[in-house]
Design a protein around this ligand. Structure first.
Ligand code: S3P
Length: 173
């Protein structure tokens, strides 16, 4: 039997990757692995703590290692952190054995969803909305490399999960 491809969710912080990943896994009876949670389990500390104590570069190395490990599996759902797609090696690993689906949202939506979040080290700026806009603009070309994309503005997680399933219809065995 040919192993089924993974479903990989990428997208900016606050696009709902983790919650939608869980819904997809439940619906499809697949295992779900979240890259950030995988790192936190291995490191026995929070991503925010890694950023604070060791800096972003160390986190990105851990992220690359985690992506490499997790992408070796097949038939699972993988949810990534918002910056995972910046690294070409991560991109190759995720695409090789998976359908990559980008979850999209407007900066206003993202701001509403994640303002006040304490667990996001990249959003410690004074003007969080401006920071979201800048980062989103810089990352847009990376998310655009995905196989498919789904807009999440004004949609509930279960509506988005349904759209992802429709998008992947016939592509999953
Ligand atoms: C990051 C997003 C975070 C986490 C880390 C860096 C990013 O994950 O990986 O704080 O670079 O956008 P979420 O997208 O789940 O918030």
């Amino acid at each position: 039997m040919i192993p089924s491809k993974n479903i990989v969710l990428v997208g900016f912080m606050g696009t709902g990757k983790t919650s939608i990943g869980k819904l997809l896994a439940k619906e499809l009876r697949r295992e779900v692995i979240d890259v950030d949670q995988h790192i936190e389990k291995k490191e026995k500390r929070k991503v925010s703590d890694i950023f604070e104590k060791d800096g972003e570069a160390v986190f990105r190395r851990m992220e690359k290692e985690a992506v490499r490990e997790i992408s070796q599996k097949s038939g699972i759902v993988i949810t990534t952190g918002g910056g995972a797609v910046l690294d070409p090696e991560n991109w190759d690993a995720l695409k090789k054995n998976g359908w990559v689906v980008a979850l999209l949202a407007r900066p206003e939506t993202i701001y509403q969803r994640i303002k006040g979040s304490k667990r996001r080290p990249l959003l410690k700026a004074k003007d969080v909305y401006a920071e979201i806009k800048n980062l989103l603009e810089a990352r847009r070309p990376y998310y655009e490399r995905s196989d498919f994309s789904v807009e999440t503005d004004g949609r509930t997680p279960s509506q988005v999960a349904k759209l992802v399933l429709e998008t992947l219809k016939g592509k999953l065995s």
